[in-house]
Design a protein around this ligand. Sequence first.
Ligand code: P61
Length: 470
Amino acid sequence: MTKPKYKTMGQQFGRRSWAEPWKIKMVEPIKMLTREEREKAILDAGHNTFLLRSEDVYIDLLTDSGTNAMSDRQWAGIMLGDEAYAGSRNFYNLEDAMRDHYGYKYLVPTHQGRGAEHLISQAVIEPGQYVPGNMYFTTTRLHQELAGGTFVDVIVEEAHDPSDLHPFKGNVDLEKLEDLVKREGAEKIAYISLAGTVNMAGGQPVSMANAKALRALGDQYNIRIFLDATRAAENAYFIQQREEGYQDKSVAEILLEFCSYTDGAWMSAKKDHLVNIGGWLAVNDAELFDQLRNLVVVYEGLHTYGGMAGRDMEALAIGIVESVDDHHISSRVEQVQYLGAIMLDWGIPIMQPVGGHAIFLDARSFYPHIPQDQFPAQVLASQLYLDSGIRGMERGIVSAGRDPETGDHRYPKLELTRLAIPRRVYTQSHMDVVVEATKELYDNREQTRGLKMVYEPKQLRFFQGRFESL
Ligand code: P61
């Protein structure tokens, strides 16, 4: 387990107890269905947890995206929305918060992360170019492909092994990257796509040393680096906990330094920034900014709101400041570590080390008897819902989609079911329910059968695909 630097009351005395640095002011009741009702719900949803109604879910770990609880200050900020079409004061607050904590010069607001991915991909990728990155993300890669690029995975090999304990499994393999640059020529590389932490690898962090070395390589070959900063505050926390020389720095200082090695970033603010909707794109280059500002008015909205209401921008600006508070980030990540530590203790196979935003169950080890093309991670997500109304998400062969050249499934090495923990939403008792349910499924794993896909959308098939039991 990572060692929190900022101690809660129990930890100050070396006790095992810890608690969140907030108290609950408003609650949302959740419903508990019967087993028969859950059976009907999951059948109606074609065994796809994206197709369940949220009211039929007991503990919703589908995603930590937009599902966070806002603070009283953020809600107060909502009331200060300046809903002018142009030049809203909330935009300038957002710009200030981004500059203070990420350090980039220019900001382009977008409605959420994929809006920003669309703009940056259209602006900087020429058809036929390559985009090397530390593991793909579904929407990121799709926008890179739609712009005519080809994504190339250059993450360290350790990232593909669920049991490898490398502390920075999100790192870029600089040799793989340099081989690609030498083989194809630097002019064929659109940019380096760096993400911290790496979602599909289990929320694994990138070290500061790796970001620094990447900058040197980028400078040597004149290739830009753009950061997917969606969970970069969580990445900064791991650097504070694990990397020599950063123990006494704040998460805010670490984040700023990390971003300084990149040329710009895109953000899904629905994660680190503790809001329900929002995103942005930020760059240092004035010419590129100009191009992005021209594009944002076509696809998102005017350049001072980019698809967000004024009130959303205010909550987001406040969320940026809260997201780098050391007490907040430590309790956020440590809640995930708490859940992971019990699972490991109980012998449940999960991706290690435990990442920042989610537990990733290793569906291959869970169901070794179910072949990958019978979708073991989808099976596990469906079974967890059936057992106790817990909603997770498939992150394996279904998510990986088909190879555009061959049309065959891509067969990723990682076949995972993700249990993402929303920020400031669930308590330790909810985590305990989740461990017990998972253990029950693990103990009865041999009786579980695979699935067949009966409806497959062309793009991002995991969102709407449907399955039947074999
Ligand atoms: C998630 F099943 N993530 O983790 P947008 N970059 C990164 C993300 O994690 C991310 C986006 C960009 C989601 C929502 C989601 O296949 C899926 O604001 C590292 O969602 O547009 C989103 O940001 C895109 C779930 C997205 C998925 C795609 O749950």
